[in-house]
Design a protein around this ligand. Structure first.
Ligand code: FE2
Length: 423
């Protein structure tokens, strides 16, 4: 079927419902209803947005919380320890099954673009081999990018440099890193030089786990920015987490944020994990741990937000709902000013698309028809209610549907429907 017509949907700030005509997987027309020659979707007056983006998750680790042992302290370091204990049990089938389960959760939430870090500190690269299969199996519906991610470091793990390069040769889309985890600052710098060298050699973008610590002496983001500038890779480099930026002194943070902007480095904040994992060495006052989102945005830096974990050794909660992530970003980052709140929904849509360098993204004629339709008046309600979409379409084909659920309360004994919208 090459044509889909979506009737009765609102686009952007528009109040009047329109019709979207999709041909050959792309939005052909927004506006007039010229009749249907294929699949018809009733938008029921809902708001249509581009399919959501999760620019940072670890699909190899999802749904592993509790086995072989739970993370009793809830800390980052115990999480890494528990993950190391889990690794000997990993098989390709196990990873494929768990990853596909969570991808289905993402799809139900309207997320069709996912960048997953994959732990390559494994002589067999089991997780990468599994996720390469998943990427291929779902490519018609979900854009899945895989980052070669050295969870246990490059220079403090046997054959780290060779494994990183082998992962890229096998087909990882993005070069990863974790410089703050190396034993010394010097090794962290060497790791970044290696990662940028491989990115140049194989023509890949980079996404570095950068300064995910409360240590204000962890200063690898400045090197990421500098190497990005020197290599002319602006727009192709992402620093993920960057939580230490929240702990730097203000004059240094001011200078650094300007460097990040000038170099064209994108930032991915991961508010769910970092609000629970950071500040663990603090008594009171406890740091929030998330990077300086408001200040980065004020400088014009692209800031996206990732789910990071779903029920894994670092974060035992989560369901693949990127509106929950956006909501947490807004809360922790205090983005509740009327001019600031849009950054929260952009973090899981357009900003995420910039991080993943997605082409043809958006609700506009000519764009790929990857869409989610919600029963809400406006985008702020997506942050407030974190709803499931009524319809999700990939290249114009329905791939997820959630029937609307209404609540009834008995108000003084009389049943009334509760909509959660201002009347
Ligand atoms: Fe991460």
């Amino acid at each position: 079927m090459t044509e889909t017509v979506i009737r009765q949907v609102r686009v952007g700030d528009g109040r009047e419902p329109v019709t979207i005509t999709i041909r050959h997987g792309r939005i052909a027309e927004i506006g007039a209803d010229r009749g249907a020659h294929g699949q018809v979707v009733d938008g029921a007056g809902g708001l249509v947005v581009p399919a959501l983006v999760d620019p940072h998750i670890h699909l190899d680790a999802v749904l592993t919380e509790g086995f072989p042992a739970p993370n009793r302290s809830g800390t980052l370091l115990e999480g890494i320890e528990r993950w190391s204990q889990r690794k000997p049990y990993l098989t390709e089938d196990d990873i494929c099954r768990r990853a596909e389960e969570v991808i289905r959760w993402h799809m139900a939430h309207g997320v069709l673009n996912i960048r997953s870090h994959v732990d390559i500190c494994d002589p067999h690269l089991t997780a990468l081999r599994a996720l390469l299969k998943v990427r291929e199996a779902i490519q018609a519906v979900v854009t899945l990018q895989l980052v070669a991610f050295p969870q246990d470091g490059i220079y403090c793990f046997p054959d780290g440099p060779e494994l990183l390069e082998e992962a890229i040769r096998l087909g990882a889309d993005v070069v990863g890193g974790i410089p703050h985890y190396e034993w010394t600052r010097e090794d962290g710098l060497r790791e970044l030089e290696l990662a940028f060298g491989l990115a140049r050699k194989y023509g890949r973008p980079l996404d570095i786990h950068c300064d995910e610590t409360d240590d204000d002496q962890s200063r690898f983001l400045e090197t990421v920015a500098n190497l990005t500038r020197q290599n002319g890779l602006g727009g192709r480099v992402t620093a993920s987490h960057a939580t230490a930026l929240a702990s730097y002194n203000d004059p240094y943070a001011f200078k650094l944020i300007r460097m990040v902007k000038a170099a064209g480095v994108h930032i991915v904040a991961n508010p769910l994990d970092n609000i629970v994992l950071q500040g663990r060495f603090d008594t009171y006052r406890k740091r929030r741990g998330m990077t300086r989102v408001k200040e980065l945005l004020a400088e014009g830096v692209t800031v996206a937000a990732g789910h990071d974990s779903v029920m894994d050794p670092w974060y035992p909660l989560g369901s693949g709902n990127q509106w929950f992530v956006a909501s947490m970003l807004a809360h922790i980052g205090q983005l509740t000013g009327s001019d600031e709140l849009p950054a929260a929904w952009q973090a899981v849509t357009t900003a995420g698309a910039r991080v993943m360098q997605l082409r043809d993204y958006g609700v506009a004629e000519g764009m790929r028809a990857d869409l989610a339709i919600y029963d809400v008046p406006g985008p702020a309600d997506l942050i407030r209610l974190m709803p499931l979409p009524r319809w999700v379409l990939a290249a114009g084909q329905v791939v997820a549907h959630t029937p609307p659920a209404n609540s009834t309360v008995w108000w003084h004994g009389v049943p009334q429907t509760v909509s959660f919208f201002r009347s």
